[in-house]
Design a protein around this ligand. Structure first.
Ligand code: FMN
Length: 163
């Protein structure tokens, strides 16, 4: 399907319920909950931009990874899993086990997706940026009381599909 199909409902669920950002690096797979992110079109290609704070285990993995996936549920079936994956670190727990989720192979990229979600984006990392606090607006700095400005991972959407 085209990357912009279902975009309204996908963004509504991402921002209200959250989604899984899953990364595989060598043999390690980890997922974390995200609620911020962008789907857009740049350099004649579709992109997802994921925002990762420096202290996340996900950041340790994604900085060496080639790709990541976004799995978005459209129901409350994953409420508990999104809470666990959004409050506990893969450094301390096995999220697949404790979150009672299942990683299944992606169609194109190495990083898996979370089984039974409703919308998937498989993304190849093409560009990484770090928010520059000197250029960042004062009114939004309350989002960074620890000055842990996000890394922005521009992932080219190489596959978008529904369950
Ligand atoms: C609803 C929700 C949305 C979140 N969005 C983000 C996000 O966009 N970026 C981020 O770095 N952390 C976000 N977090 C926090 C991480 O999911 C959380 O710190 C997680 O435990 C990190 O896991 P890790 O250490 O295994 O990477 C969010 C948490 C929740 C509950």
């Amino acid at each position: 399907m085209n990357f912009y199909e279902d975009l309204g409902i996908a963004m509504d669920n991402l921002s209200k319920r959250g989604a899984f950002l899953t990364v595989k690096n060598e043999n390690i797979v980890n997922t974390m909950t995200i609620a911020w992110g962008y789907v857009g079109y740049s350099w004649n290609r579709p992109f997802f931009v994921a925002m990762v704070r420096p202290q996340r285990y996900t950041q340790e993995l994604i900085k060496y990874a080639k790709d990541y996936t976004i799995s978005i549920p459209y129901s409350d079936d994953f409420k508990e899993a999104l809470t666990i994956c959004g409050t506990k670190s893969g450094r301390d727990i096995d999220k697949e086990k404790e979150g009672e989720i299942k990683f299944i192979p992606s169609q194109v990229v190495d990083s898996p997706v979370v089984d039974n979600c409703d919308m998937y984006y498989e993304c190849e990392i093409k560009y990484v940026d770090l928010i520059d606090k000197d250029k960042f607006p004062e009114e939004l700095k309350k989002n960074y009381p620890k000055e842990d400005y996000h890394y922005l991972y521009y992932g080219e959407i190489v596959k978008a599909y529904k369950k």
